[in-house]
Design a protein around this ligand. Structure first.
Ligand SMILES: N[C@@H](CCC(=O)N[C@@H](CS)C(=O)NCC(=O)O)C(=O)O
Length: 253
């Protein structure tokens, strides 16, 4: 058994953050699919939230905390700068990823701009979840409609300014992203990827790589695209938690 275990559905953006931390640090880990209906695999935690990471006999949750924990236990290939101000800036950008970028992505699952696209995207996601923990056919079929009503998604989306159009939201996120680069190669103006880049990367590339149909990607902004290509050099070809068979596009093609 691997020493590090990551428990989640393979499609959870918060788990994808942790997947990129582990891959960047070149740590061997075992991904354990969690059944989103029963949560059987994380019963030992007595709570429902993923991702959960276990190192040896200790487990913790909260994606950002898991990144900090990894840096403490495995100091090679650090993700946080030593300088206190820079570290604080990186954690602030990571918070923006968790509290702004990720919820905005979930908005698309609740607010359908194009019904056909949203349903086919939902089916792609349910097939990926089912590949890790087999789900009954009818659950996969109704998945796009169920996600629209999932309490944790509805609550997350409620925090957003829903008077802003989806297009305006996308453009704002693209501009905020470029602002966070602070004119540097990586987020926070850093010269090497940090926890903030590894948090943002899977969120920005996931829909593109999985061949989702959308009106636009954050990645469409040339500065974000160039950044993603720079981060990709530090990660394997498949930076996500879904197997290669679910990837329809490569970042560098
Ligand atoms: N703040 C948490 C958020 C994790 C989260 O929202 N996970 C979702 C899946 S993407 C979840 O477990 N939802 C089910 C639930 O909360 O019951 C983190 O950064 O890890």
């Amino acid at each position: 058994m691997s020493h590090i275990q990551l428990f989640s559905y393979p499609t959870s953006p918060y788990a994808q953050k942790v997947g990129c931390y582990l891959k960047f640090k070149k740590l061997d880990f075992k991904f354990i699919g969690v059944n989103p209906l029963t949560n059987d695999q994380i019963k030992f935690t007595r709570q429902r939230q993923v991702p959960v990471m276990q190192i040896g006999d200790q487990w913790r949750k909260e994606s950002s905390e898991l990144g900090i924990w990894l840096d403490e236990v495995y100091p090679d290939n650090p993700m946080l700068p030593d300088n206190a101000d820079q570290r604080e800036r990186i954690l602030e950008i990571d918070k923006w990823v968790s509290e702004s970028l990720i919820p905005s992505m979930f908005r698309g699952a609740c607010e359908w701009q194009n019904t056909f696209n949203s349903i086919t995207n939902g089916w792609k996601l349910s097939n990926a979840v089912s590949d890790a923990t087999p789900l009954p056919g009818y659950v996969r079929l109704i998945w796009p409609f169920g996600v629209k009503k999932a309490p944790f998604i509805v609550n997350m989306v409620k925090q957003l300014d829903l008077t802003e159009t989806m297009d305006d939201m996308l453009h704002r996120l693209q501009n905020e992203f470029v602002g966070h680069l602070e004119g540097g190669e990586f987020l926070g103006g850093q010269s090497a990827p940090s926890l903030a880049d590894l948090s943002a990367f899977p969120i920005v590339v996931n829909a593109y790589m999985m061949g989702m149909r959308t009106n636009g990607f954050v990645l469409d902004k040339p500065e974000v695209n160039a950044w993603a290509k720079r981060v990709a050099r530090y990660l394997p070809d498949n930076p996500l938690l879904v197997p290669d068979k679910f990837l329809k596009r490569r970042l560098l093609s």
